[in-house]
Write a protein of this length. Structure first.
Ligand code: GLN
Length: 480
């Protein structure tokens, strides 16, 4: 059994044929993951006990002849901003280094109810703020394709775990690109669902109006199956949608002839040449598969980064106020007064990027600046959303690059926040509009670095997005 290449379908067949038990697979997967972790630092915590307990439940159900669920026995990794009962959840922050949550996120509960085996919690940028995983308090993650390079961020650990094969699928979170960009850098499938499609209950809040939970997989099929398990209304998240969840797998029929695709002019400007070449080849491929591709324009794109960094930091400054040394977190040992205690706890606990964002967010919300920055950004957000509404009146889906460049070297951009923020220039717009979008592997650069193609679709139109991505994947990506 080649653990690193297993698919959900193979696991189902293997379990039913009694070639291995869920407990055996889990033990092997944990051992493999621990070994690989020395190279990549993708995991912060292994949840061995919990994983084996789930695996035993799957084996018992199988023995009784019951249906063990669509994800039975599948090793899953979960980004460490998603809470897990009894299993340490750090959010990549020193402040929460010892925090053990008393409850499970809804997505985690649904994964396990479907038989998924959570083997560990993955490294990420502190509170999901970053594009390279270098903002983790527990050290960077190394890209399995090139160990001197970043895996992308902020869900870098989840992307790396799936790429190296230590998990078959993983959960990440995306606020401005944190699923699609690391998926692209690590050569795996990563998907940001429609806002509200997946409950955020138990996802540590960064920017609540932009936060999404979504899956990573090595194939479109695996990612689609995970989404079908975690999606759907949850009374514990008032922003989760009532919309019915289709059977996504039924839509993976390869039928994409006649699909109308838009290629946004604004997304092709700042590409490094190799990424641009791969996207151009992908577009040619899609045309050969029968899609009709036309140029479109999303004119408000130029304002997306500025708009995002006003709204996201504003919401973050408010959400991070709860880490005060009284609840959840460790407390500074050296304080004489209450206000000193707050100041010292937060001063010692937060890393530089979180502090930068708390300051910026507090500033844009402050009296006198609120109208000029925050309110203005909300208006720009509406324009960005309107661009997509107009585009989808003409086309069925949009194809674009995920990131202007492939994985960069560890250390290369960490001292230049503005250069780092540009990593997300093509992904931020989808979050601002709340539409579903994904990264599907497209090919590799001459140096062997993966490049992803992005697909964006209408609200709640994940099924069509999956169908397109799956047909592209079956046809071998951008390769001839
Ligand atoms: N890289 C972006 C940021 O730093 C997006 C992060 C995310 O999607 N969580 O905010």
């Amino acid at each position: 059994m080649d653990i690193a290449a297993l698919t959900i379908d193979q696991i189902r067949e293997g379990l039913h044929a009694r070639r291995f038990s869920s407990a055996e697979l889990t033990t092997a997967a944990l051992k493999f993951a621990r070994n690989e972790n020395a190279q990549t630092n993708a995991y912060l915590t292994f949840s061995e006990e919990r994983a084996l307990a789930t695996a035993r439940r799957v084996d018992e159900r199988l023995a009784r002849g019951e249906d063990p669920g669509p994800l039975a026995g599948v090793p899953v990794a979960v980004k460490d901003v998603i809470v897990t009962k009894g299993v340490r959840t750090t959010c990549g922050s020193k402040l929460l280094a010892n925090y053990v949550p008393p409850y499970d996120a809804t997505a985690v509960e649904r994964l396990e109810a479907a038989g998924g085996v959570i083997i560990g919690k993955t490294n990420c940028d502190e509170f999901a703020m970053g594009s390279s995983n270098e903002n983790s308090a527990f050290g960077p993650v190394r890209n399995p394709h090139a160990l001197d390079r970043v895996p992308g961020g902020s869900s870098g650990g989840s992307a790396a775990a799936v790429a190296q094969g230590t998990a078959v699928v993983a959960l990440g979170s995306d606020t401005g690109g944190s699923i699609r960009q690391p998926a692209s850098f690590c050569g795996v499938v990563g998907l940001t669902p429609t806002y509200g499609r997946v409950s955020r209950y138990g996802l540590t809040a960064f920017a609540s109006s932009l936060d999404h939970i979504g899956p990573f997989g090595r194939s479109v099929r695996d990612a689609a199956l995970v989404l079908s398990v975690i999606a759907g209304r949850d009374p514990l998240d008032s922003t989760s949608a009532e919309a019915p969840v289709p059977d996504y797998l039924r839509h993976l029929d390869g039928e994409i002839k006649g699909l109308k695709l838009g290629l946004p002019r604004e997304y092709l400007k700042d590409l490094t040449s190799e990424t641009g070449d791969l996207i151009a080849r992908a577009v040619e491929k899609l045309k050969r598969l029968g899609c009709e591709v036309r140029d479109i324009t999303l004119p408000a794109t130029d304002y997306a980064i500025a708009c995002y960094y006003v709204i996201a930091t504003a919401e973050a400054s408010s959400n991070l106020a709860r880490y005060d040394g009284v609840r959840y977190t460790s407390r500074s040992a050296s304080s004489e007064s209450l206000s000193d205690m707050y100041r010292n706890t937060r001063g010692e606990g937060f890393g530089a990027e979180c502090k930068r964002r708390i300051m910026l967010g507090t500033y844009v919300l402050s009296a006198g600046y609120y109208d000029a920055y925050y309110l203005k950004a909300q208006k720009v957000r509406a324009l960005i959303a309107r661009d997509f509404t107009n585009a989808f009146a003409e086309v069925d889906a949009i194809v674009a690059p995920v990131s202007p460049f492939p994985a960069f070297k560890i250390g290369e951009k960490i001292d230049d926040p503005m250069a780092m923020y540009l990593s997300d220039i093509y992904t931020i717009t989808g979050d601002l509009a709340g539409i579903p979008c994904m990264s599907v592997p497209c090919g590799k650069t001459a140096q062997g670095l993966p490049v992803g193609m992005q697909i964006l679709a209408k609200h709640f139109d994940e099924a069509r997005m999956f169908r397109l991505a799956d047909a592209f994947e079956r046809a071998g990506g951008a390769q001839n």
